[in-house]
Write a protein that binds this ligand. Structure first.
Ligand code: MN
Length: 737
């Protein structure tokens, strides 16, 4: 039976079953009230789905998920986490769909398995520190249930424990990724034990020589001091009990990677590290922590500057302890950490320790403490919702405002939420932004307006010479992209104006029978300066924007002609505007084109916009920029030529009155006209005309008042209209456009 190939229906080897049994026993011991049926189901499902798969070491694959679940069980995690541990590779490595898991194991497990699967797809490509921080944030941002991270950490821990059977390059990259991404996350979550094991295991693969050398040095130092350390430990135990401080005293050696970091960071030698050897005192209360510290300092001389009170001021990850380093017998320096049981558990297990309290072992007051703890722990949490809700769902929505995406080569690009591939393109480089013609997200072509999501791999499709369009302004979220696009739009608008200017000159010259070739460059330059432009090009632009008509420019070049009917009407010499002076009818005191000062602008007759209304400009050949209200019916049909559209705004300085036509529908009551005019006088609005007549359509005593008044801005108009509506007897007030 043993050598027979395993049929599809899987044979459970005895050792796999035994491994699972240990898991069940652990859970049963730590959480006696838990029904283990679902756990067994998850186990059987994973066994069936992973089938004959094996690990690189040759073991059945299923041993890995069981080991991951075991790590989680040892952390006293709940059944959802354990089931996720058992199932965490089924979606990635087998044909299982998340929906199937949802049906069999419920929403929470499905959600967690899905989360772990997604995290598995994120790869760290770059070794830059800045990048590592972004990836850490991104991973946390991708996770909506903290158990996903805990399962992922357990997964990584077991992979590291069994890393020996992988080829060296895989070992190297997994070890690096662990040091840069996963260990710091464990640290952030306060999980000292997991972080320590991750770091020490990874360090040996990431830098084998440095690790071996340091290990050797530490061993020597330890051998030399082991006995004295044990003596110190015993003597502390005796002293504390004599002083009535209940305590457990342990000796410890600083972890190898932690020593390595210290050596590198402080550029010191091993003999300058005071805290390689250490004693840990675990007592029952905060008061006794300080009592123990007194006992220690009474006995040995503390090294100045080495006393740290992390009880009064906890670390950001909520680590609490008293630290001191002393010179002991024989000049041996060592570090002493003093903490309560509770602080110890939190230092070792971090957020996982919190998990246990959630199970209702502690009272509500204690739970509040946990919330405070968690709130601080997740210091990244910017939008903390109702803490109760937070607790019940245990959600982490960190870095809500930021989205972390990758270039195809793995560079992390951070963009705001709702940002699009265009923002992404400009974040890479201005030229990439300008020449962007499309984008692929996760290998698929998407519209440029598509909002990016965490973990998206974004590839920008470019075309040399392509230029951004104005419509992009509506699609971008970053000011960088917006500014770059604006610059280009402004420049191209000018180019277009120049083109229009040149063409209108040519056309007008043809009409006048004036060969342009006859006009010299000097003459052009003089014409430009006569019209307030320093360059011929500026003159063309001014023409294109409609500041002057081609006729005005060409006029001086025309031969003096007697008044004949056939010849075009020459403009009287005095009628030609002086340089810089606006052409008659120009309203450029009231309206201006954004970013451009010298353009002829006029309010379109069709909608007659007034100050304060949203407006849009439209370049009209030879006439300048017509300004319409954005609600004007003509705008939609005009704007099909999108490139002639131009941003305009109401100039601030000008005090200008706009004529507005109002129609008032009222009852024919005495005093109504009086009230209307008194409102207008009160508002300082000039009345151009006012006329009342009976409303023939409605008949009876209905009347209509038509008036032309002068208005400063939209607000004033709204004020006047609402005051009129309040007059008793007035049915409605309408603005006639
Ligand atoms: Mn795994």
């Amino acid at each position: 039976m043993t050598s027979e190939p395993a049929p599809a229906g899987v044979q459970l080897k005895a050792d796999v079953l035994a491994q699972y049994q240990v898991l069940e026993d652990t859970v049963h011991q730590l959480r006696p009230n838990e029904d283990l049926k679902a756990l067994r189901q998850a186990f059987e499902f994973a066994v069936e789905r992973h089938g004959p798969q094996t690990r690189k070491s040759g073991e059945p694959y299923i041993t890995h998920p069981i080991a991951v679940a075991q790590i989680l069980a040892d952390m006293n995690m709940d059944l959802v986490a354990l089931e996720t541990g058992l199932l965490h590779d089924t979606v990635e490595d087998t044909s299982v769909k998340v929906d199937e898991i949802r049906k069999l194991f419920g929403n929470e497990v499905a959600h967690c398995v899905d989360g772990v699967t997604k995290l598995g797809k994120v790869h760290m490509y770059s070794r830059e520190e800045r990048q590592a921080e972004s990836v850490r944030k991104m991973l946390l941002a991708m996770v909506s249930d903290i158990r996903v991270i805990l399962v992922k950490l357990a997964d990584r821990l077991h992979n590291l424990r069994t890393l020996g059977s992988l080829p060296p390059d895989r070992q190297q990259s997994i070890a690096q990724e662990t040091l840069e991404i996963y260990a710091p996350i464990a640290h952030r979550l306060g999980m000292g034990r997991v972080r320590g094991e991750l770091e020490d295991l990874a360090f040996r693969y990431a830098e084998p020589e440095a690790a071996a050398e340091l290990e050797h040095q530490i061993r020597e130092r330890r051998l030399a001091n082991d006995q004295s350390l044990e003596q110190i430990r015993q003597s502390i135990t005796v002293k504390l009990s004599r002083e009535g401080v209940p305590a457990r005293v342990e000796s410890r050696i600083k972890r190898i990677y932690s020593i390595y970091q210290k050596l590198r960071r402080q550029k010191i030698g091993l003999d300058q590290v005071y805290d390689i050897l250490g004693i840990r005192i675990i007592t029952d209360s905060v008061k006794n922590c300080y009592a123990a510290l007194g006992v220690i300092h009474n006995e040995w001389h503390p090294i100045p500057g080495r006393i740290k009170d992390f009880i009064a001021i906890p670390r950001p990850n909520l680590y609490q302890s008293l630290h001191t380093s002393v010179i002991g017998p024989g000049g041996l320096s060592f570090e002493i950490q003093i903490r309560t049981e509770e602080m110890h558990r939190i230092a070792e297990e971090g957020i996982a320790a919190h998990w246990k309290y959630k199970e209702g072992k502690k009272g509500p007051a204690e739970d509040d403490q946990r919330i405070v703890w968690l709130r601080q722990l997740v210091e990244w949490q910017r939008e903390m919702r109702d803490p109760g809700e937070f607790m019940s769902t245990f959600k982490v929505d960190m870095y809500q405002e930021e989205v972390y995406c990758f270039t195809p080569r793995g560079r992390v690009i951070v963009v705001p939420r709702e940002a699009t591939p265009i923002d992404f393109a400009y974040a890479i480089h201005t030229d990439v932004g300008h020449s962007c013609v499309g984008a692929k997200v996760n290998g698929r072509i998407v519209p440029l307006r598509t909002p990016l999501r965490n973990g998206d791999v974004v590839e920008i499709l470019t075309q040399t010479g392509h230029m951004p369009s104005k419509d992009w302004l509506a699609l971008v979220k970053t000011s960088r992209a917006r500014n770059k696009i604006r610059q280009v739009v402004k420049a191209t608008e000018r180019e277009r104006a120049i083109e229009i200017g040149v063409k209108s000159l040519e056309r007008e010259a043809r009409r006048l029978g004036l060969p342009l070739s006859r006009i010299t460059r000097d003459q052009w330059e003089k014409a430009a300066s006569d019209h307030g432009s320093s360059k011929i090009e500026d003159l063309h632009a001014a023409l294109g924007y409609g500041k002057f008509s081609a006729r005005q420019i060409l006029q001086p070049f025309l031969p003096e002609q007697p008044h004949t009917a056939a010849a075009p009407e020459p403009v009287a010499p005095g009628a030609r505007p002086q340089p810089g002076e606006p052409v008659p009818g120009s309203e450029d005191l009231v309206l201006r084109v954004k970013g451009i000062d010298d353009i002829l602008v006029y309010r379109a007759k069709c909608c007659n916009p007034i100050r304060g209304e949203p407006i849009v400009g439209y370049i009209t050949r030879g006439k300048g920029v017509g300004v319409h209200s954005t609600s004007c019916a003509n705008v939609t049909s005009l704007m099909y030529e999108a490139e002639r559209r131009i941003d305009v705004e109401w100039a601030r300085a000008a005090e200008k009155q706009f004529p507005v036509h109002l129609t008032v529908y009222s009852e024919d009551k005495p005093g109504i006209l009086n009230q209307i005019t008194s409102i207008l006088m009160h508002e300082n609005s000039n009345i151009r005309s006012l006329e009342a007549r009976p409303d023939e359509q409605r008949g009876g005593d209905a009347a209509i008042v038509e008036m032309n008044i002068e208005i400063r801005d939209k607000k004033q108009l709204e004020r006047i209209m609402s005051q009129m509506r309040r007059i008793s007897g007035i049915r409605d007030v309408e603005r006639v456009q």
